[in-house]
Design a protein around this ligand. Structure first.
Ligand SMILES: Nc1ncnc2c1ncn2[C@@H]1O[C@H](COP(=O)(O)OP(=O)(O)OP(=O)(O)O)[C@@H](O)[C@H]1O
Ligand SMILES: [Mg+2]
Length: 301
């Protein structure tokens, strides 16, 4: 079922267009990653969905109905969350619960549940000022879940964390996605591949590619030859660029990545040339382009 739909969303800041008419939808129960380089428009998009920014034009639908204010349905963790460092974790959650219109009693109960859920029960009385980065993000997750939202929106939830904190938060997201639809932004492809079902790749305020990870990879994946030499063979690599079975050659020092249209022909011809010319090959490997290659292609376009 379609939970959220964005219709031609546009956001301009003066003359600057941050989001340029995007259309997408999010299915209930999915974990969706919004990928894009710095300045792509991710935060602006998420803020519009969360009701923190008014779109310049366009509309949003929630559960098939046009909605102006999605705040009751959405939990939001900003890219740079601000906490009151003097509050304890528990006090902060009760406070946000009350802001989300829970009664004091409900807020207390829900806070305890969530502290347990994000593994902060033992730290609940400590002031937030002494929390690690990972603990702060987990508290942020709890805060976003306080009013049992249908959709959890997380803006770069792991970007600022060290590997340990990153692991803690990703594991937590994996648990949360069992029961809550998640939309999160990231510029780390690995994280997107690891936990999301669907991806939206944004570039220059537009959605360049969208779909389930499997479909996107199948649709855009191409065979690629990775060849490593003992010394530079740029002259030869330049000559093969014009071959009909080759769509792209990228040279990096002694290594070359060659995207092929025709794997059988490509492999045989190139191997033969390498042998005939006695080129100093160290490694010859056939692989498939990854999501990272696709991302780089979109971003450089
Ligand atoms: N309040 C604002 N006023 C003017 N320009 C803004 C404002 N907010 C964002 N922008 C511009 O809009 C564009 C998109 O910004 P946005 O923060 O949405 O990108 P992002 O994809 O979240 O980037 P990052 O990966 O750095 O977080 C950028 O060029 C940014 O400078
Ligand atoms: Mg951002």
């Amino acid at each position: 079922m379609e939970l959220l739909k964005a219709n031609d969303l546009v956001k301009r800041f003066g003359k600057m267009t941050a989001v340029n008419g995007i259309n997408f939808h999010i299915e209930e129960g999915r974990c969706v990653s919004l990928l894009g380089p710095n300045g792509a428009g991710k935060t602006t998009t998420l803020k519009m969905l969360s009701g923190l920014l008014q779109p310049t034009s366009g509309s949003m639908e929630f559960n098939g109905e046009k909605a102006k204010d999605l705040r009751p349905f959405i939990g939001y963790l900003p890219q740079y969350p601000a906490f009151y460092n003097w509050m304890s974790g528990k006090e902060f959650l009760v406070f946000t619960g009350q802001l989300a219109k829970l009664s004091r009693k409900e807020a207390e109960k829900r806070s305890e549940e969530l502290l347990e859920r994000v593994g902060l029960t033992n730290a609940k009385k400590r002031s937030i000022g002494g929390y690690s980065g990972g603990m702060r993000q987990r508290l942020g997750l709890a805060q976003a879940l306080i009013h049992r939202p249908k959709l959890l929106i997380l803006d770069e939830p792991v970007s600022a964390l060290d590997p340990l904190g990153r692991r803690e938060v990703l594991d937590m997201m994996r648990e949360i996605k069992q029961e809550t639809t998640i939309l999160f932004s990231t510029h780390v492809l690995h994280d997107a591949e690891e936990i999301s079902d669907d991806i939206l790749i944004m570039h220059d305020g537009e959605i360049a590619i969208s779909g389930s990870i499997g479909t996107v990879i199948n649709k855009y994946q191409q065979p690629i030859l990775q060849i490593e030499f003992e010394s530079q063979v740029d002259d030869w690599l330049k000559t093969i660029e014009s071959y009909s079975f080759i769509s792209e050659v990228t040279i990096e020092g002694h290594k070359a990545s060659i995207v092929l249209n025709d794997i059988v022909n490509g492999k045989q011809t190139l191997l033969k040339e390498i042998v005939d010319r006695k080129l100093p090959v160290r490694k010859f490997e056939i692989a498939q382009t990854t999501l990272e290659d696709l991302f780089m292609k979109v971003v450089k376009a």
